[in-house]
Design a protein around this ligand. Structure first.
Ligand SMILES: Cc1ncc(COP(=O)(O)O)c(C=O)c1O
Length: 457
C-alpha cells in the first residue's frame, strides 16, 4: 500500500476536472446518447438492467474482440469492465467461439441433461472442494438457491448477512446493500434496510445485518436469535464497495461461529470464484464453506451460475425436500462455453498471466500515488483489483462511506476518455482477461498517472 506520505487535494479541483471530462465524454458519444433517448421510450431509464444506467450516460457497445470493445460512436477501449466481472476469457475467445458454434449446430436447448454438465460439475468440485453441484443461470439464482438449501437443511428461517454485500436482486438478500446513512443504524448493530420498494417487511425482518470483519457483532447477532439462524452468507472478499479484504483468520472464525450455533456458512463467490485463484476465495483464503454460490466468470460469457455444497447439505435436493430447478439450468450452449473456460482457458498459465498483469498495475499505480502524494491505495488479486480513494485500508461499509466518491467518478471519466472502459459506479474495481497484454494494463496506469498529475496542478 502506497500510504507513506499524502497531501490534501485542493477544494474545487476535483469538480473542475469532472466538468471538463464530462464535456469531453459527451462530445465523443452522440450516437450512444441518441440510442439511449430511443431506449427510454420503451424501457425505464433506457437500459435493460438498472446497473447499466450510470452517469453521465450509458455507453452503447457494438462489439468486442480480445481485450478490446468498441462503442457505437467508434470509440475503442481496453476493457477493464469486462461485463461486470464475467469476461476473464476476453471477448470472442477463439475456443469459446468454436465450442459454442459447434454446439449450436447440434441444437441449443433441450431441458434434458447433456454430458458437459458432468464435466463442468467435476471441475467445479475439484476447484472448490464441494462434492455436489447444481447449475443455475445467474448469481441471483445461485444465492437464492443456496439460501433455500440452507433453510431446508437446518429447518430455520433467519439469515445473517454482511452490511453492504450485494448477493443479487432476490428479496431475502436485497437488504442493507447500500443503506443510506440516516437509515443504517449503529455501526456495531446495523439496521435491516430494504434496498428496494416491493420487498415485504416480513422478509426483511428475517435478515439480520452485521458489519464485515466484526466477530463480536456476529457473536451478538447469534446470541440475539438463538436457534433461529440458518446461514451466514458472506462475500469472502467484498467486491461491491471497492475491494474489502477479510482480516486474517476472520473467515475461519465466521465458519466456527456459524457451526457452533448450528448454522451453515455460505460463500458468495459470484465475483471471486475462478478470478482471484483457480478455486476462488475458497482456495485463496483457505476456508471451505458449507455452500458456495458461483456465476459470472465460470460461464465464459454465457449466462451461467452454480451452487455447490456438502454431501449432506445438498442431500436436501436428493431427498426432494428442497426444490432447485430452472428451464435453462445446464443449457447446452452455456455448458459448452463453461467447459472450455474451465478446462482449456483458465489453466495455470492464465493465472500466471493475471499475476503478471496485476504486478504491473500494482507497481505502476503505487508509483503514481507515491509521486503525487495522494491519499489512495491499490489492491490486486489476480484478475481483479482496484484503486481505493482513501489512504487507509477499508474494513467495512462504514469505512467505505468515508471515501469521497467523486475521485472514483473522475477516474472513470479519465479512463473512458482515454480508451479504458471501467465498470461504472464508485465501487471502482476492474476485471482483467487472459487476452489483456502488459501494454493494455499500462494504458490504465498512464491514464491514472495523468489524472494524478492533474489533481496536483
Ligand atoms: C457478489 C455478487 N453476488 C451476486 C450477484 C448477482 O449476480 P447476477 O447479476 O448474475 O444475478 C452479484 C452481481 O454483481 C455479485 O457481485
Amino acid at each position: 500500500m502506497a500510504t507513506t506520505k499524502t497531501k490534501e487535494i485542493p477544494a474545487g479541483r476535483v469538480s473542475g476536472l469532472i466538468q471538463a471530462e464530462e464535456e469531453r465524454f459527451r462530445r465523443a458519444r452522440a450516437r450512444s446518447n441518441q440510442l439511449w433517448m430511443e431506449a427510454r421510450e420503451v424501457m425505464p431509464r433506457g437500459v435493460p438492467s438498472s446497473f447499466q444506467d450510470a452517469a453521465p450516460q450509458p455507453i452503447f457497445v457494438e462489439r468486442g474482440k480480445g481485450s478490446r470493445v468498441w462503442d457505437v460512436d467508434g470509440n475503442e477501449y481496453v476493457d477493464f469492465h469486462n461485463g461486470f466481472g464475467v469476461m476473464v476469457v476476453g471477448h470472442a475467445h477463439p475456443k469459446i467461439v468454436e465450442a459454442v458454434s459447434r454446439r449450436i449446430q447440434l441444437g441449443s436447448h433441450f431441458a434434458q441433461p447433456v454430458e458437459d454438465v458432468i464435466v463442468v460439475a467435476r471441475e467445479l468440485s475439484r476447484r472448490f472442494h464441494q462434492p455436489k453441484w447444481r447449475l443455475t443461470n445467474s448469481g441471483t439464482e445461485s444465492t437464492l438457491d443456496a439460501v433455500r438449501i440452507a433453510r431446508g437443511f437446518t429447518g430455520r428461517d433467519r439469515l445473517l448477512k454482511i452490511e453492504a454485500s450485494y448477493h443479487g436482486h432476490h428479496d431475502a438478500l436485497m437488504v442493507s446493500v447500500e443503506p443510506p446513512p440516516d437509515r443504517m443504524g449503529p455501526a456495531d448493530h446495523p439496521a435491516s434496510f430494504p434496498q428496494s420498494d416491493g420487498i415485504p417487511a416480513a422478509i426483511v425482518e428475517l435478515t439480520t445485518v452485521v458489519p464485515f470483519n466484526d466477530l463480536p457483532a456476529l457473536e451478538r447477532a447469534f446470541a440475539e436469535h438463538p436457534g433461529e439462524v440458518a446461514a451466514v452468507i458472506v462475500e469472502p472478499a467484498m467486491m461491491n464497495v471497492g475491494i474489502v479484504l477479510p482480516d486474517t483468520g476472520y473467515l475461519d472464525q465466521v465458519k466456527e461461529l456459524a457451526h457452533r450455533h448450528g448454522a451453515l456458512l455460505i460463500f458468495d463467490e459470484v465475483k471471486t470464484g475462478v478470478t482471484i485463484a483457480p478455486g476462488g476465495a475458497t482456495e485463496r483464503f483457505g476456508v471451505t464453506p458449507d455452500l458456495v454460490a458461483l456465476a459470472k466468470a465460470i460461464g465464459g460469457g454465457l449466462p451461467c451460475g452454480a451452487v455447490g455444497g456438502r454431501e449432506d447439505v445438498m442431500g436436501v435436493i436428493e431427498d426432494k425436500r428442497v426444490a432447485q430447478m430452472g428451464t435453462f439450468n445446464g443449457n447446452p450452449l452455456t455448458m459448452a462455453a463453461s467447459r472450455v473456460t474451465l478446462l482449456e482457458i483458465l489453466d495455470a498459465n492464465a493465472y500466471a498471466h493475471f499475476d503478471a498483469l496485476a504486478e504491473t498495475l500494482q507497481g505502476g499505480l503505487d508509483e503514481a500515488i507515491g509521486r503525487y502524494e495522494l491519499p489512495f491505495h491499490v489492491i490486486t488479486l489476480a484478475a481483479r483489483g482496484g484503486v481505493t480513494y482513501r489512504a487507509r485500508r477499508v474494513r467495512n461499509y462504514r469505512d467505505y462511506l468515508e471515501i469521497d466518491k467523486s475521485f472514483a467518478y473522475l477516474s472513470w471519466l479519465y479512463q473512458s476518455n482515454r480508451g479504458v472502459l471501467m465498470a461504472p459506479g464508485a465501487e471502482e474495481n476492474w476485471t482483467l482477461s487472459v487476452q489483456h497484454s502488459i501494454e493494455d494494463v499500462q494504458r490504465y496506469v498512464d491514464n491514472f498517472a495523468e489524472m494524478a498529475r492533474d489533481l496536483r496542478q
